[in-house]
Design a protein around this ligand. Structure first.
Ligand code: FAD
Ligand code: NAD
Length: 479
């Protein structure tokens, strides 16, 4: 293992796109010796996204939630090829993926086509901007490590510039206004982390900013965290109030400029108003959009014509209208929310499916050999013996082929809301358990620790929490 062996011509080539929750969960459980496995992704590490908001404020170090894909692949039984590249186009009929090396040092151009017998699309999603002008130029997203680093730098830059000599009071106010657009879990968790950062560190480091530092969360819908129960939504809104985070619901951002956003809301008289909201930091967290490679694949397949949000898959996660192509995670539409939980269960399902398919192929080969033997068998006794073996194999084949459809098992929703509080909607035996507060925060911590990719990640995350002066040691003991 670990050696970059030549592909075995007797085996099918399985190409896996992406190194996120879906693809890595598939690779974890896949018996790689059954296929020539090729992994293609521009990101050569797995990222534990649930703790990414904590990276923006330095509570968690980036390397604690990154796991190099090479380190993981080298432990697989059979060698897996990895190419650091982006899939730019999928020709599902010719069974070719076109890839592009986007990194600074380019690979040979001859590697820009990869043939496959089976393909798994696990490329995730892009950040949605809904075409709102200025978002890409002036806002920060929160999806990758580089985003978290950028946000961190920008927070500090705003604070330092606000205290620079001769700043006007308006400019100080603007620079210290941290605006988060999108009241889904990403926006809520980031707003909570940012307010913690201010309370625990910034306020002490730079007392001059204390009166002007202000976090606002802007959400188009009437409430934040729509996927949580009503009492947890209320609890979150109440906690934000206590933390002095302003929530502006029913407010839709329409335009973004370098120094302010323009947001539409309806006033008490029912008249639509456009508000100019100055900001120093703008974090844009309005959900997912399709990646170009997915959009392009959908446009080639007539059965995907009516889909807008991703590749429609059947109950075995096969992309509708395409043979030998599967899709998992945020780029697939299987009627579940685009979460890590769903992506990882889909990946694990495909691994089981592919392991079984390999067994099926093996049995079928054995069966055809036995049939040939039976046809030329010299006497009845021999023929009867072979017949018995065939019956036995056919029974095994039926058992192996009996793989049910993908069924998602929802373990619950969790979100950190700041000041050491979390909200949780947990599936509990037959019912649901909704809880919020500091105990839930301990649960949040232990749940995320147990979900960490490796022991190394787990130890690093615990150490980060212990180092954090206000979120530190006592809480880790419970984890
Ligand atoms: P991703 O994990 O995004 O992986 C996609 C992979 O594809 C990446 O490796 C990427 O580099 C690669 N890729 C991109 N383009 C190409 C291309 N053209 N060719 C090849 N490879 C490509 N979900 C939860 O359930 N719980 C949480 O607490 C939670 N917290 C979150 C916090 C944040 C800040 C964010 C942003 C998301 C969070 N999510 C959470 C959602 C969760 O991260 C996603 O649902 C999950 O990552 C989806 O997995 P995926 O494999 O589809 O995509
Ligand atoms: P989301 O889609 O959950 O929420 C985006 C929010 O932005 C929506 O409520 C939408 O109404 C709002 N919005 C859109 N356009 C707007 C505009 N112009 N002005 C104001 N508001 C606007 O997005 P997310 O929070 O990034 O989450 C994406 C996915 O990842 C979800 O499935 C989520 O469940 C998952 N996730 C889960 C967790 C967790 O479980 N803790 C954390 C982060 C993300």
């Amino acid at each position: 293992p670990g050696e970059q062996a030549e592909p075995d011509p007797t085996k099918k080539t399985l190409v896996v796109l992406g190194t996120g929750w879906g693809s890595v969960s598939l690779l974890k459980k896949l018996d790689t010796e059954n296929y020539n496995v090729v992994v293609i992704s521009p990101r050569n590490y797995f990222l534990f996204t649930p703790l990414l908001p904590s990276c923006t404020t330095g509570t968690i170090e980036h390397r604690s939630i990154m796991e190099p894909i090479r380190n993981f692949l080298r432990h697989k039984k059979a060698a897996v090829k990895y190419y650091e590249a982006e899939a730019t186009k999928i020709d599902y009929e010719k069974r070719i993926v076109y890839i592009n090396d986007e990194s600074e040092i380019k690979g040979a151009t001859t590697t820009n086509e990869v043939k496959f017998d089976m393909l798994v699309v696990g490329v995730g999603a892009e950040n949605a901007t809904f075409g709102i002008p200025g978002v890409r130029e002036h806002g920060c997203f929160l999806k990758e490590v580089s985003d978290a680093q950028r946000i961190r730098k920008r927070i500090m830059d705003c604070c330092e510039t606000a205290t620079f000599k001769d700043q006007s009071p308006e400019e100080i106010k603007r620079l210290l206004h941290m605006v988060v657009v999108g009241g889904g879990p990403t926006g809520v968790e980031f707003a909570g982390e940012l307010q913690d950062f201010f309370e625990n560190d910034l306020r002490k480091w730079i007392p001059e900013i204390a009166n002007n530092f202000h976090v606002t969360l802007v959400e188009a819908l009437p409430q934040v965290l729509p996927m949580f129960s009503k009492n947890l939504i209320d609890y979150t809104e109440q906690t934000f109030k206590e933390e002095t985070i302003e929530i502006r619901t029913k407010t839709m951002v329409k335009n973004v400029t370098e120094k302010y956003i323009e947001a539409e809301y309806t006033d008490a008289a029912g008249v639509k108003q456009l508000d100019k909201i100055p900001y120093g930091l703008l974090v844009w967290a309005t959900g997912n959009a399709l990646r170009p490679v997915v959009k392009d694949l959908m446009s080639q397949i007539p059965a995907q014509k009516d889909s807008r949000r991703g590749l429609v898959v059947n109950e075995h996660l096969v992309v509708k209208g395409a043979e030998n192509v599967w899709a998992i995670g945020d780029c697939a539409i299987a009627n579940y929310a685009p979460t890590a939980q769903v992506a990882s269960q889909e990946g694990a399902f495909l691994a089981r499916l592919f392991n079984q398919m390999a067994k099926t192929d093996e049995i079928q080969e054995e069966l055809s050999l036995l049939s040939e033997k039976q046809a030329v068998a010299a006497n009845k006794e021999l023929r009867d013996g072979i017949f018995g073996d065939i019956k036995e194999l056919q029974k095994r084949l039926r058992r192996v082929k009996q793989m049910g459809p993908f069924e998602y098992s929802h373990q619950g929703s969790l979100a950190y809301i700041g000041s050491e509080k979390a909200v949780a909607d947990i599936s509990w035996f037959t019912g649901n358990l909704a809880s919020g507060g500091q105990l839930t925060y301990l649960f949040w911590r232990s749940a995320y620790l147990s979900m960490c990719f490796s022991t190394r990640n787990r130890v690093l995350v615990i150490m980060d929490w212990m180092k954090s002066p206000d979120k530190g040691f006592p809480l880790v003991i419970f984890s």
